[in-house]
Design a protein around this ligand. Structure first.
Ligand SMILES: [Zn+2]
Length: 473
């Protein structure tokens, strides 16, 4: 049996561990870490989906795989995909337990590069193209195979170019495994469930949100999730953050075979901004129809407009605690807010609306104006470039409309943002923003129970914070 591993021969095998700066161990040792007792509902869902087998090495792999490919059909996700944080496939490595063992041949671990297709990969590796055609002919396999992302690893075992097996991770929790059969090939999907654990962590800001996050062992991705997806309607994370602000988070961490592979969703969050406590809790109804963040009283965290219409990034997070925001003192004359941000920072539509103007306008440079109904319009100036939008087009809140620049009369790269009601300028930082609706009445009892449990975890950790702060209205 020849076994020559040619990993890294073609393409280069990167350490795809996400968030090298976050270490699970840090969070584990420094904070109230609940190893076994606090499993999330996601975890429970896997169990009900039939994966009740013990997680012993590779046993589960073949235990749940089907040979008829029935698992290959994409299943309806139980959560609202629009609300999910971007999928972090932290680790695409195929566990050796998922690899067929009795196959002769050379093993190649191919790391997908830009513009790769399966056809190109097979040609590069001098593999049999008839095999590829046969593999792609199997029901549902073609789709699983053809959706390649840069960095994916495809493990191939071949004998003089004849494919013996092909294995690749198709999701965080599943591997596609194709093996040569007496006639043609067999395909199966091997489930590799994640172990989701909850961690709690808190921090106080003294120079920047990200410095505080690092000190608390929280990854930048988790902090960005908090700023962009949870409190972005209420707090302007570019301009409002003050020294002494505090955060307190309960969030998920994903493990596979005992190995940390990435962070998951924030389940509950407190953010104390300038003495006011904002809190939110993730709620997913049993029937899967509601999945979003809510305030403790059941109101959605969403509002008709984002407080700051730009993608909050590490770059835009720095603030100088000794400096006042000079622009705010002359907002009346200025009629807008300026956000200093790196050229290229994503500018988002503050609310649902329609493009009323996209083009050049004197001192504004490249500018976009959106009309939102109810007499509200918003304006975004000095862009470096526009996203692909045109006059009259409808845009959704949060969608990209352009990128920060310094076109027009700008001394440096920044976003100039105006908020107008019936043509009258309002201060976008303080204007009262319409709220989204509360949780539907039929889910209220379920919400109260679930959110109560989750908020209790925050309270246990941040008791001092909670009792001394006024909850945001
Ligand atoms: Zn300005």
């Amino acid at each position: 049996m020849r076994e020559s591993r040619q990993a890294a021969q073609l393409g280069f095998r990167k350490g795809l561990q996400a968030n090298p700066s976050t270490s699970a161990p840090t969070a584990r040792t420094a904070f109230d870490y609940k190893p076994q007792s606090a499993r999330s509902s996601n975890h429970a869902r896997w169990f009900v989906s039939g994966l009740v087998l013990p997680l012993i090495g590779g046993l589960i792999a073949y235990g749940v795989a089907t040979r008829d490919g029935s698992l290959l059909a994409p299943r309806e996700p139980a959560v609202n995909l629009a609300n999910l944080p971007p999928l972090e496939i932290a680790e695409v490595e195929i566990p050796t337990s998922a690899m067929p063992t009795s196959i002769l041949g050379d093993t190649v671990e191919y790391v997908v590069r830009r513009n790769d297709t399966m056809d190109r990969i097979f040609r590069q590796l001098k593999l049999n193209l008839t095999d590829l055609a046969a593999i792609r002919d199997m029901p549902s396999v073609q789709e699983q195979l053809d959706q390649l992302r840069v960095g994916d690893i495809i493990t191939l075992v071949h004998d003089e170019g004849l494919v013996q097996s092909l294995t690749r991770r198709i999701s965080e929790t599943a591997i596609l495994s194709v093996t040569r059969a007496n006639e043609g090939f067999n395909a199966e999907v091997i489930e590799t469930p994640l172990d989701i654990q909850e961690v709690q962590t808190e921090g106080t800001i003294d120079s920047s949100l990200f410095v505080a996050a690092r000190a608390a062992g929280v990854s930048p991705e988790v902090i960005l999730q908090m700023a962009n997806d949870i409190f972005g309607w209420d707090i302007d994370f570019a301009l409002d953050i003050q020294p002494g602000d505090k955060f307190n988070l309960v969030y998920e961490q994903k493990y596979r075979d005992g190995k940390f592979i990435g962070n998951g969703r924030i389940l509950a969050a407190d953010f104390m901004n300038n003495g006011t406590l904002h809190r939110a809790v993730w709620f997913e109804s049993k029937d899967g129809k509601v999945s979003d963040y809510f305030r403790p009283d059941g109101r959605s965290v969403r509002r008709a407009f984002l407080r700051a219409p730009l993608e909050f990034t590490r770059i835009s997070s720095n603030f100088n605690p000794k400096r006042r925001h000079p622009i705010l003192n002359k907002i009346r004359a200025h009629k807008g807010v300026d956000y200093a941000a790196a050229t290229g920072t994503v500018i988002k539509a503050a609310g649902d609306g329609r493009v009323a103007f996209v083009g050049n306008k004197g001192g504004y440079g490249r500018v976009v104006i959106l009309e939102h109904g109810g007499g509200v319009s918003t304006l975004y100036g000095h862009m470096s470039r526009f996203a692909s939008i045109r006059n009259g087009q409808r845009v959704r809140q949060g969608s990209t409309i352009g990128y920060v620049g310094s076109s027009g009369a700008a001394t440096g790269p920044h976003l100039h943002y105006e908020y107008l009601v019936n043509g009258v300028h309002k201060n976008p930082r303080t204007v009262l923003l319409p709220e989204a609706g509360p949780i539907p009445e039929e889910y209220r009892a379920e919400f109260v129970t679930k959110s109560g449990q989750m908020l209790a975890k925050l309270d246990r950790a941040g008791a001092a914070t909670v009792t001394t702060a006024a909850l945001a209205p």
